[in-house]
Ligand binder design. Sequence first.
Ligand SMILES: NC(=O)c1ccc[n+]([C@@H]2O[C@H](COP(=O)([O-])OP(=O)(O)OC[C@H]3O[C@@H](n4cnc5c(N)ncnc54)[C@H](O)[C@@H]3O)[C@@H](O)[C@H]2O)c1
Length: 257
Amino acid sequence: MHLKDKVILITGGTSGIGEACTELFCRHGAKVVTMSIQQQEGEALAQRLCDEGGTCLFHYGDTSKEADVKAAVDLAVAKFGRLDCVHANAGVLRNQKITDITLDDFHLLINVNLLGPVLVAKHAIPVMERQGKGVICFTTSVAADIGFPAHAVYAASKAGVVAMMRSLTTDHSPQGVRFVGVSPGTIDTPMLAASCEGFSKPKDELYAEVAKKIPVQRMGKPADVANVVGFLFTDEAGFVNGSIVHLEGGTRCLPPW
Ligand SMILES: NC(=O)c1ccc[n+]([C@@H]2O[C@H](COP(=O)([O-])OP(=O)(O)OC[C@H]3O[C@@H](n4cnc5c(N)ncnc54)[C@H](O)[C@@H]3O)[C@@H](O)[C@H]2O)c1
């Protein structure tokens, strides 16, 4: 994976999918700024990767706040002189039917899952256009494509990111910026574990049942996503633009019975 010396910013980079991306890109020689609202975990992760010989900075910041996102982009440019790739990955999940949703949960879902990627794009694109080159990858979700029970607003927030990504290609790809997305299905992360709370069965039993329904007979791992994002960030993926890679083990191919 040719990521050596690429400067990469990852939001939501200290847990689950983002943590796997931070680790993988560092181990492939990238210079990584990893951002989240997990101060302790972020500092520990950056320290561990630096101890292993990698280059990783942790930036504490909330992606729904414009000043925090701008500060993360500015940090990458100030420390490393450029910004080659951004993975807009931070996200939150809330499950309830729309008849039960509170406006606080609505605003949280939209602010983190949709406004966050908007702010990332707003501040990273000018840097990339000045360089004449850059890639932004968005983490969306299978929920953007299918009816996802009790996740209507989450699904809408992710579908919004997909629609935005396509429009960004028309506005900014002529200036050298590529836009891609990864759409995970069921990935074993702390977010997924938290979503099992409130069920009558233990998590492991629920996971085994879910795995059996997926054509590849297993759930996804954070590394499954990181490997694909890493490839999308390479120059070898230079003709992939405005596309979403679905990472769901074939779930969307299942017949409706
Ligand atoms: N796990 C799955 O099955 C799955 C499936 C589809 C899509 N996704 C998406 O993948 C992405 C990563 O999810 P995950 O499963 O690794 O979850 P996770 O909870 O393990 O990690 C989420 C990360 O986002 C960060 N974050 C949350 N709110 C933030 C904010 N306001 N500002 C900055 N950082 C913030 C957290 O600190 C954490 O580092 C999310 O966008 C999620 O919606 C996950």
